[in-house]
Design a protein around this ligand. Structure first.
Ligand SMILES: [Zn+2]
Length: 290
């Protein structure tokens, strides 16, 4: 998955400092990122490269995170157009970009960038927000409200029936993603993740489920979500009632009939589908009820 970048190491601890010339600058503009390609591999400009055309860059750069020994910074709204092989690329290019650890850096910076962009003023008193000292947060200098990065928990649900899995496709009015997916949705206020699983499955495909089994989680910065993957088994009737506003299809596939993915597996959804195709329903872990 896109966050599995070992042997590289992502360190999100908030340690702002003056950038070095060799550090990386991520620059976003309206759903795009300034990037270049060397032999099909994506890369992002260094502080030094941006300084050469915009001398104020190092001073204005805001700390994002560290990967290995390299710090990543963001430059907000710089007066920089495409130059020297650097172009503004659609953020979705990061879904397929290699090496994957750089794509992860690009999309993770995008989530932080969006959060800063959407939180310039206090929602309580409308004063301009300031960086809170010592942590990644914003503070209102007037009313004192502290605002932390927004992360939206949501579930991905592999609904199974013996050796069948329910695969869905979004209605074109709901999402531009056209390939098969799994039932998914955001947790609502007051819900456990398990309650979200039951509600979303009932809403989207009209099925009751049982024997929920946690699989893995994934930070999905494309939508700002923290995805939590569950396998579960249908409980009773297997006939689907589609929520047509959201989905155009929900089909039971046996493991041998499941469409094989050709793209590299960056998403939890695809990993869960591949897992089921190859291994079937996951076994209980230690301490889990069978
Ligand atoms: Zn305020």
């Amino acid at each position: 998955m896109i966050q599995d970048i070992a042997p590289h190491q992502y360190n999100v601890a908030y340690q702002p400092k003056q950038p070095k010339p060799s550090d990386t600058l991520l620059i976003y503009r309206g759903g795009k990122i300034l990037a270049g390609f060397v032999k099909d591999e994506i890369c992002f400009p260094t502080v030094e490269e941006i300084q050469s055309i915009f001398p104020g860059a190092a001073k204005k750069a805001k700390y994002l995170f560290r990967i290995d020994e390299r710090d990543y910074y963001e430059l907000r709204k710089p007066p920089i157009e495409a130059f020297d092989g650097w172009k503004y690329e659609d953020i979705l290019v990061l879904r397929r970009a290699v090496p994957m650890w750089k794509a992860f850096a690009g999309i993770t910076g995008y989530q932080i960038h969006n959060w800063y962009s959407d939180h310039q003023f206090c929602g309580r008193c409308a004063a301009e927000l300031e960086a809170a000292p010592g942590e990644r947060a914003l503070k209102c200098p007037v009313c004192g409200k502290i605002i932390y990065p927004t992360i939206a928990p949501s579930v991905i649900v592999a609904v199974t029936n013996k050796d069948q899995i329910l695969m869905t496709r979004y209605a074109s009015s709901h999402s531009s993603y056209k390939n098969y997916a799994l039932v998914a949705g955001y947790a609502e206020v007051g819900e456990t993740l398990e309650a979200t699983v039951h509600r979303e499955v009932m809403e989207e495909v009209g099925l009751r489920v049982k024997n929920l089994r946690y699989y893995k989680s994934q930070p999905w910065a494309f939508s700002g979500a923290l995805l939590v993957g569950y396998f579960c088994e249908v409980d009773g009737d297997t006939s689907v009632t589609l929520e047509e506003e959201e989905l155009c299809e929900a089909t039971w596939f046996t493991r041998s009939e499941m469409p094989v993915k050709d793209d590299h597996v960056i998403s939890l959804t695809n990993e869960m589908m591949e897992y089921f195709r190859i291994y079937g329903y996951p076994k209980a872990r230690d301490g889990e009820n069978e």
